[in-house]
Design a protein around this ligand. Structure first.
Ligand SMILES: *Cc1c(COP(=O)(O)O)cnc(C)c1O
Length: 354
């Protein structure tokens, strides 16, 4: 009864959501703050009768609002929106990466990349991180590949790469193959590579509302690229699902874009909380990788990451552990409110393993 291709699926495993007791959830990089009050207002004023009608398949109002928020010469024809950046990544993989040559990405990175590569039959080359866990860009130029994808900052390390390093990669990589920069965490203190779009038609930037816009439950992501790439993504979308972004999400997405001050303020607060948390944890003997994301990647030398994760969970806080060679000693901790991080610091500095 099942198709043969079904048995080759290797699905993504999200952060756990156990229900045995209330937990402080610091395992999925969700934003601890609610969306802008403008979003609450937009929901309250939404007329349920509007749900009768299909939404705008091109989401023109939302794309205009994103363009206005981004500024810097980004226009509507440089934007594509989708049902979360995960769906967008699926379209990007389908439209841009061939199955004749391997796709390059970091050995330790967002674990949906290998899932989509498997789904579309795209061979992969996983490139080890440098010894300081940064991305080893030189190695992406060795041998032939059909494209490159990496997040900036990278996940789960949190390490940020300067646009000048990405520019150096682009200037040496074949201009007819896509380089996709997944900027899921760029609003927590990094600088976007948007200015490089004018120079490199093969650069594709993926963003999500899930983290910095407090929208993980609403599902909204977007792509910033040159118009031919955007047109290819529209063709892909229209061959799969004509209406990926529903009417309510388009409306609250627009409301979010019109209140950048609010998001600048909460995400600035998250960045300050992160830096303080990392400093204090470091002072207590933990190794903490330098992060510009809304999470930190940390290890207590001599203690397996699994044990750290279990001990923190026993105290009622969920963090994420990746049981993979090279990062097994670490746990990834999402940054919550200052109060949550103060409590966690107390736990991590205390008799954690007793
Ligand atoms: C969270 C995350 C995404 C997925 O975001 P959604 O819009 O919620 O699908 C994409 N890329 C990276 C690197 C992420 O961490």
């Amino acid at each position: 009864m099942f198709a043969k291709r079904f048995f080759s699926l290797d699905p993504y495993v999200p952060g756990e959501q156990p229900k045995d007791r209330p937990y402080v959830k610091l395992n999925a990089n969700e934003n601890p703050y609610p969306p802008s009050p403008a979003v609450r207002k937009a929901i309250a004023s939404f007329d349920a009768a509007e749900l009768r009608l299909y939404p705008d398949p091109d989401a023109n109002g939302l794309r205009d609002a994103i363009a206005e928020m981004l500024g810097g010469g980004v226009t509507r024809d440089m934007l594509f929106v989708g049902n979360g950046s995960d769906e967008i990544l699926s379209f990007v993989f389908f439209a841009l990466f061939d199955s004749s040559l391997p796709l390059c990405f970091p050995e330790h990175t967002y674990s949906f990349y290998p899932v989509y590569a498997g789904y579309y039959g795209i061979p992969v080359r996983k490139i080890p991180l440098a010894s300081d866990f940064s991305i080893d860009f030189g190695r992406y130029l060795e041998g032939e590949s059909s494209g490159i994808i990496f997040p900036n900052p990278n996940a789960p390390t949190g390490i940020y790469e300067e646009p000048s390093r990405i520019r150096a990669l682009l200037s040496r990589y074949p201009g007819d193959r896509a380089v996709v920069v997944d900027e899921a965490y760029i609003d927590f203190g990094g600088e976007s590579v948007i200015p490089l779009l004018a120079e490199f038609p093969n650069l594709v930037i993926v963003r999500t509302f899930s983290k910095s816009f407090c929208f993980a439950g609403a599902r909204l992501g977007f792509v910033i690229a040159n118009p031919p790439v955007i047109q290819a993504l529209f063709t892909t979308k229209n061959s799969f699902n004509h209406f990926p972004v529903d009417a309510l999400t388009q409306k609250i997405g627009i409301a979010s874009c019109r209140d950048p001050g609010y998001y600048g303020s909460i995400n600035g607060e998250i960045a300050r909380t992160r830096d303080l948390f990392a400093r204090e944890l470091g002072a207590a003997g933990w190794q903490v990788l330098p992060s510009r994301a809304n999470f930190v990647f940390a290890r207590l030398p001599g203690v397996p990451g699994r044990d750290v994760y279990e001990a923190i969970k026993r105290k009622g806080v969920l963090v994420r552990h990746f049981d993979k060679d090279g990062i097994r000693d670490f746990v990834r901790i999402s940054i919550g409110t200052a109060e949550q991080m103060g409590d966690l610091l107390g736990i991590m500095k205390g008799d954690l393993l007793k």
